[in-house]
Write a protein that binds this ligand. Structure first.
Ligand code: NAD
Length: 281
């Protein structure tokens, strides 16, 4: 599998394609991640909230790949935004993952209505974890334009990525633009719209047929062509293989534009609105 690598603003690089493991049950994670690694996946996106870091760690240990051959991201759980908790939680994640360092550690949600709206000190805690080499890169997730602007203006520390919901029905252009304006890359979560309506959308199905590809492959290729990082989730070996077979075709500019035209704005969201999401597990 020939996966493009993208350069991050901290001079590290990240595979543009990988596997996301949200909602992969803990007792099936080792099997799914092992299948993916065998197929050539080299980027795994997990989170403290997913409860499956140990399964990811077991698959990594069994694969026996050199540490620099696989890119591992985890995310700070919503209950650990205070600096001391953030530090303790990454130590615990590293133990579960069986690693000395993750490649990328993200603030999972900004929670602007929790912790007195103070995600800035959480961001400073992540910078200290990077300085201590417990993570190579740091970033954010679900940050709205004003959240990204605020951490950069108040700390001078630019995130490497902002992981946000993006798929054709919810193109999320304002958050994409704010992220890229700071020189950070966009990681597009739920790139398949969580297996929803886009997979049967007339335009997606037609474009797929023209290329001899599946709708899922067209959705993923669209995001790759726009320069975003994707990690679709699947637990099936056949779909893991299908989702990775996206590097042997390209969409035309007109097809990219047609897919962008499917945007329904906020009505197209699958997930919660980060401005009000306040769930603490
Ligand atoms: P997704 O868009 O990747 O869709 C996954 C679903 O699509 C699967 O459960 C399956 O039902 C279906 N599917 C997968 N491959 C298919 C194929 N080839 N054909 C037809 N259907 C297929 O959804 P997701 O898991 O929500 O997003 C991917 C990853 O993004 C997650 O696993 C996680 O790592 C990350 N994510 C992050 C956040 C965040 O808040 N940061 C939120 C959601 C997801």
């Amino acid at each position: 599998m020939d996966i493009p690598a993208l350069q991050l603003n901290d001079q590290t690089s990240i595979p543009q394609f990988g596997l996301g493991v949200w909602q992969v049950p803990a007792d099936e994670t080792e099997r799914v991640v092992t299948d993916a690694l065998e197929l050539g996946y080299r980027h795994i996106d997990t989170a403290q909230m997913y409860g499956n870091e140990a399964g990811v760690g077991a698959a990594l240990a069994a694969a026996g790949l050199a540490r620099d051959e696989v890119y591992v991201t985890t995310k700070l759980n919503n209950g650990f935004h205070e600096a001391a908790q953030a530090k303790e939680s990454l130590a615990r994640s590293l133990e579960l993952l069986g690693l000395d360092q993750v490649d990328l550690f993200l603030i999972h949600w900004p929670l602007p209505t929790q912790y007195d709206g103070d995600f800035v000190s959480t961001w400073e805690a992540l910078a200290e974890l990077r300085d201590a080499s417990l993570t190579r890169s740091i970033g954010v997730s679900n940050f709205q334009p004003e959240h990204v602007d605020r951490i950069v203006s108040e700390t001078g520390i630019v995130p490497a990525v902002n992981q946000i919901e993006v798929h054709p029905y919810f193109a999320n252009e304002a958050a994409r633009a704010a992220t890229r304006r700071h020189g950070a890359l966009v990681e597009a979560w739920s790139p398949l719209g969580q297996g929803g309506g886009e997979l049967t959308d007339e335009a997606v199905v037609r474009i797929a047929a023209e290329h001899g590809k599946t709708p899922a492959q067209v959705l993923l290729r669209w995001q790759i062509d726009r320069g975003d990082i994707v990690f679709p989730k699947s637990m099936s070996h056949a779909r893991l293989a299908e989702n990775a077979a996206i590097f042997d075709f390209a969409l035309s500019d007109a097809e990219v534009a047609e897919l962008a035209g499917l945007d329904r704005g906020p009505a197209g969201r699958q997930g919660p609105d980060p401005d009000v999401f306040d769930w603490i597990p």
